[in-house]
Design a binder for this molecule. Structure first.
Ligand code: HAM
Length: 423
């Protein structure tokens, strides 16, 4: 036998048995976003590499070590590691945000060359939202309220909590950065080589270190919130007031800085303890400078993205009563002279007149007994049986496969009405 070829590590197939749950989760995401009046944007999976380097930042983990980059003739391209950069690129390129507010969403695969483990993959899927042209904290609040509604719809609201912070303006962050570096310089003995490297290149990322000794020291470090500029401070206070008034619980986490460089003011993450180490199901924040940084007119931005694999895992873990529909309602079986055409015609008529039903026609021949086994296997609720005599008389036999109720012979002309009553 020829040697089989396997999927790439960290890039998963979705089995036909798993896809109904994925569709259910994605359906909830789509319907909540529609509910708030957001519009879908679709961007390519590949973009030119400098886009990500400029948007996300050269010294971030994502850009410095996790991107899938390749040469296409003399152009360097990258599989998108996240959706914000491409969305901002498209918004500028097509004038979506020129003198205009936009509330957009997207869904699709992202690629990061990380070490795979539960909840962390090399190809994963995000549903993301980007809002342009609104400076007010009301929109930050709306994004959080929207996600809170989605958690309720998914039945996971008891298992996620909100972490919130403000990282202020670029200038405030630079002042804070100097104070933090000065403080940490005396504690280099506790740092790994990677942390020492961060101290030079991206010191704020040291705040979310997993190194306990360093964490203890950081409790006495200068606090980012103390360095905030007045505008960011007011913005954050207004956001917190709104969330309080709307009954949304959160914890202000002064160490939350996020791993991408484009943020300012509000940053937030929804986290769960039910998934082990990869507990962040959704992260986002404001990025008021990014549009201009990528060559557009200065336009405020704010958004978030959630990891769909993590949401699906969490739903599987905590929500056991999802009404997933059976794959098939009606399975059409037939055997004998002239029955193939009759079966196809009946099935097509049902699909036209009862379009919400899932109707499957048996296509692999054999005796009725084998065909019924197949109907059971696909979980069909009813079988429609057509033998030679039924075909000749323009009728079918309807058999309830779940209740065992007595089968009934029904004229083709009455079949739609008959099934409407049954289903
Ligand atoms: P991020 O925090 O890098 O933010 O990713 C958002 C979410 O994607 C994470 O919270 C996590 O649920 C999921 N995720 C990230 N990496 C992986 C992975 N390797 N495997 C599985 N899931 C993963 C962003 O990407 C920003 N673009 C979000 C944003 C939009 N900020 C403003 N607008």
């Amino acid at each position: 036998m020829a040697k089989t070829i396997q999927a790439i590590r960290g890039m998963n197939d979705c089995a036909p048995t798993e896809s109904p749950l994925w569709q259910w989760v994605e359906g909830k995401v789509r319907s909540v976003l529609a509910n708030y009046g957001y519009s879908e944007a679709r961007m390519p999976i590949v973009e030119s590499t400098p886009l990500f380097a400029r948007a996300i930042g050269e010294v971030t983990d994502v850009v410095s070590k996790e991107m899938y980059t390749f040469w296409d003739n003399d152009e360097q391209l990258t599989l998108r590691p996240e959706g914000t950069a491409g969305c901002v690129r498209a918004a500028i390129e097509h004038g979506w945000i020129y003198n205009n507010e936009q509330r957009l969403w997207y869904m699709g695969p992202m690629f990061r060359h990380e070490r795979p483990q539960k909840g962390r993959y090399r190809q994963f899927h995000q549903a993301g939202v980007e809002v342009f042209g609104i400076p007010n904290p009301e929109i930050d609040a709306e994004l959080i309220i929207l996600t809170a509604r989605l958690w309720k719809e998914l039945g996971i609201e008891q298992h996620v909590s909100l972490q919130l912070n403000s990282i202020g303006s670029l200038e405030a962050r630079q002042n804070y950065r100097s104070a933090l570096v000065e403080f940490l310089q005396n504690h280099q003995d506790l740092m790994s080589d990677e942390e020492k490297d961060r101290l030079v290149k991206n010191p704020l990322r040291i705040l979310d270190t997993k190194n306990q000794a360093l964490q203890d020291v950081l409790n006495n470090a200068p606090k980012l919130l103390d360095y905030l500029d007045d505008e960011s401070r007011t913005h954050f206070a207004q956001l917190c007031d709104l969330l309080d008034a709307m009954g949304i619980q959160y914890e202000v986490n002064p160490k939350l800085v996020r791993g991408l460089d484009y943020y300012n003011k509000t940053v937030f993450e929804w986290v769960t303890s039910a998934l082990g180490a990869q507990g962040t199901v959704c992260g986002g924040g404001r990025y008021d400078g990014l549009v201009e940084q990528l060559g557009g007119h200065a336009t405020q931005g704010v958004g978030f993205a959630m990891g769909l694999e993590r949401l699906v895992l969490l739903v599987q873990e905590v929500n056991k009563d999802i009404p997933l529909q059976s794959a098939v309602d009606i399975y059409v079986v037939f055997a004998g002279e002239g029955t193939t055409l009759a079966a196809f015609q009946v099935a097509e008529k049902l699909r036209s007149e009862l379009p919400h039903l899932r109707v499957m026609t048996h296509c692999s021949g054999g005796k009725f007994q084998k065909q019924f086994k197949r109907a059971d296997k696909v979980g069909a609720k009813f079988a429609i049986v057509i033998g030679e005599s039924e075909a000749q008389a323009n009728q079918v036999v309807v058999k309830d496969l779940h209740s065992g109720a007595e089968q009934q012979t029904v004229a083709n002309a009455d079949l739609v009405a008959h099934l409407t009553q049954l289903l």
